[in-house]
Design a protein around this ligand. Sequence first.
Ligand code: FES
Ligand SMILES: [Fe+2]
Length: 348
Amino acid sequence: MFLRNSWYLAAWGHELGDGLLARTLLNEPVVLYRGEDGRPAALEDRCCHRSMPLSMGRRTGNNLQCGYHGLVFDPAGQCIQIPGQTTVPPGSRIRSYPVVERWKAVWIWMGEPAKADPALVPDWWWMDHPAWRPVIGPVLPIAGHYELVNDNLLDLSHTSYIHGDTIGNLAQLEFPIRTERFETGVCMTRWTIDRPAPPLYQDIGKFRGNVDRWQIVTSTVPCFSDVHIGMVDTGLGQEEGVRRGGLEFHNVNAATPETERSCFQFYAHARHFAQASAEVDEIYARDFQRVFRQDVVAIGAQQKNMDVFRNAPQIDINVDAPGLALRRLIATALAAEARGETPLLRRA
Ligand code: FES
Ligand SMILES: [Fe+2]
């Protein structure tokens, strides 16, 4: 079961060129494209004539033409042309989804169109701000439920193990996490003070000694996580809000459900240091991709085992607190939607 009345990240803006993009979102086949006028559109990927996927057709101007018998649909899903006849029968339409392009991404509203308020799109302003340098990663197909991605991002203790050779080390485990709950999400904070930087950050930041490092993850219902990471030379009073030098970035994530057993992880890093460095761009594009692919493997393996050991008991540990809190909020929102209510998903 998925929350319908929410925005979901459907594609990065650069994925929509002249072609058609077929993507199953929340179990619904969708075709995404960019019209000649540059505006993105999303339609049900099914022709209302004989059910051919429209993604196998072609774009014509701002419209889509079915590749089977040539029916043409406008971005609102209305069939506007049928070859060889002058009339279009009533009911010749397919579903069109509200979309909005923001933060270099195309967002789709999967619920009631009248409720699609663009103000509810997560606020990823770093992605468009000149003081921050964004690097967008590849779309990662994940063979697991999207909430496993939420869990993964809200519990960064996994970086000590899965990513111990790059972005993690054991030092963080000496320091407790703090969990804050708010109406539509959860915030996890961990400060690791006066400890060595993890290997990859050591390379990027060229730190001489120990660092103070922060990890602040803000996740909102149903599947958006902002992972705010930074570190500076220790002893500068960073925790009191002073930042001099060091490195800082926001890793933004959207885990868009595909099916109950799969999702797409969209991720990007927007950094507030070395903004002009092609070398650091390359590190984010290459090394972080390797890191994220380690999670893809882990989550796929988790899901596989969860399917095999269906009712096996699991235990919870301290670091699960933020993930469990988000799961409760999602469950509450789903229950509200099932009662016919629309939970108000204000952005963080
Ligand atoms: S199936 Fe699309 S035009 Fe016939
Ligand atoms: Fe990870």
